[in-house]
Design a protein around this ligand. Structure first.
Ligand SMILES: NC(=O)c1ccc[n+]([C@@H]2O[C@H](COP(=O)([O-])OP(=O)(O)OC[C@H]3O[C@@H](n4cnc5c(N)ncnc54)[C@H](OP(=O)(O)O)[C@@H]3O)[C@@H](O)[C@H]2O)c1
Length: 258
């Protein structure tokens, strides 16, 4: 499939490892000029070197507005605008819905919503003017089917979906699409951390927890980063020009709702 992505420009947030890294790698392999960001320059540089293809490393903690604004300025200077923006960040700590402090709610909302939208707003006018844009949010299956003990994720991520759906109709006629991808359980460090936390909370071994989790996935296994990234590359491509306002599931059939 010719994705038509050669020469396009992308920024992928939260891309030193895991899903963001996989997306950056997938886009770079399609000839996209990719900028990546994470909370440390060392992490971003190491990831950029691993990917090759002249990927540009940046620092940006999505919880820090000053870093977000600097990133926008630096990426604008380096690439002159964007064709593809991948809104991704670290996952929030696990925990119950009860007893989350107001500060924790505010910080999570800032890092997982407010500042992601701030970045999108900075690049959107250019996308609209050039009549090509792809905004892709990495969300979670918990948006469709809330996940026990992940209250912050279940509560905050739907804001990104509501924003994206509204934006999608505002910019659809300008060749800009806005979609989200919902990972089920994809093998990353984040998933290992969640399985370890779950094991500790329930007094089981990590293997037992992972075995029980796999049993709840019709495909019978966790997904691979490349399988997730392939969906993002497709959404970024010219081929996905009539898909907007959608949530694409990459979950091995885990979400039971239609
Ligand atoms: N993997 C799954 O199955 C799954 C399922 C549902 C939802 N998700 C969500 O998808 C997102 C990516 O998950 P993942 O599995 O790829 O996680 P991961 O392996 O932990 O990677 C997270 C990436 O984000 C960066 N990061 C962390 N906190 C950040 C922050 N505040 N600002 C900017 N970058 C930050 C990390 O780099 P540094 O630490 O170097 O900054 C890293 O590059 C998360 O929001 C996660 O909750 C994942």
């Amino acid at each position: 499939m010719d994705t038509g992505l050669t020469g396009k420009r992308a920024l992928v947030l939260g891309a030193s490892k895991g899903l963001g890294f996989g997306i950056a790698q997938g886009l770079a392999e399609e000839g996209v000029r990719v900028a990546i960001a994470s909370r440390t320059m060392d992490g971003s540089k190491a990831a950029a070197e691993k990917i090759g293809h002249d990927v540009l490393p940046f620092i940006c903690d999505t919880g820090k507005t000053d870093q977000v604004d600097t990133l926008v300025k630096d990426v604008m200077a380096a690439l002159g605008g964007l064709d593809i923006l991948v809104l991704n960040s670290g996952g929030p700590p696990p925990g119950k819905a009860q007893g989350v402090s107001s500060d924790q709610w505010r910080n999570s909302f800032e890092a997982m919503f407010v500042n992601l939208v701030r970045i999108a707003d900075a690049f959107l006018p250019g996308m609209v003017e050039q009549k090509y844009g792809r905004i892709i949010s990495v969300i979670s299956s918990g948006v469709i089917q809330p996940i026990p003990n992940l209250a912050i994720s279940n509560a905050v991520r739907p804001a990104l979906v509501g924003w994206g759906k509204t934006l999608a109709s505002e910019v659809a006629a300008s060749g800009v699409t806005v979609n989200a991808i919902a990972p089920g359980r994809i093998s990353t460090d984040r998933l290992k951390q969640l399985d370890a936390a779950n094991a500790e909370r329930t007094g089981r071994s990590v293997d037992e927890v992972a075995k029980a989790a796999r049993a709840g996935i019709p495909a019978g296994r966790y997904g691979e980063i490349e399988e997730f990234a392939a969906a993002a590359v497709f959404l970024a491509s010219q081929k996905a020009s009539f898909m907007t306002g959608s949530i694409l599931r990459v979950d091995g059939g885990q979400i039971t709702a239609t």
